[in-house]
Design a protein around this ligand. Structure first.
Ligand SMILES: Cc1cc2nc3c(=O)[nH]c(=O)nc-3n(C[C@H](O)[C@H](O)[C@H](O)COP(=O)(O)OP(=O)(O)OC[C@H]3O[C@@H](n4cnc5c(N)ncnc54)[C@H](O)[C@@H]3O)c2cc1C
Length: 100
């Protein structure tokens, strides 16, 4: 990369989602959230971390042998995507007004 972007105001740029696809180059030093255990490993259940909005995918043995392979990762990807969709549904929920 010859001219990397070193700073970005996500809100101004209209960015609501960031996907770090760093593969086997594991480095969570940039992740300033409570989503890692004392040994620096992702703390998660089936890819859903203890930090709202932070997800992991493709980790070795995340749920099964195929978790870190192109041929197999979709099981975990579907679970995480379903979880995100469900959370968005909860956030969008507005109870009906009683006086309406
Ligand atoms: C030896 C080997 C054999 C495999 N064989 C198979 C197989 O037969 N079938 C199968 O389904 N899967 C196989 N896999 C697994 C497959 O390679 C991975 O599942 C897949 O590559 C993951 O894709 P990815 O895009 O997440 O990561 P990657 O393909 O690893 O890509 C991540 C990219 O991010 C870059 N990156 C990392 N950190 C930074 C950073 N800080 N800044 C900028 N760039 C960065 C890396 O240089 C890399 O180019 C194999 C893996 C290995 C190691």
């Amino acid at each position: 990369m010859t001219n990397p972007l070193l700073e970005l105001d996500l809100k101004k740029a209209g960015i609501g989602t960031v996907i770090w696809a760093t593969g086997f180059g594991v480095d969570y030093g940039w992740l300033k959230v409570e989503a890692l255990d004392d040994a620096g490993r992702p703390r998660h259940q089936r890819g859903v971390s203890s930090e709202p909005g932070v997800y992991f995918l493709g980790l070795p043995w995340q749920t099964r042998r195929g978790s870190s392979f192109i041929w197999g990762v979709w099981h975990d990807a579907k679970y995480v995507a379903d979880h995100i969709a469900k959370q968005r549904g909860y956030m969008a929920y507005k109870p009906a007004r009683k006086d309406a």
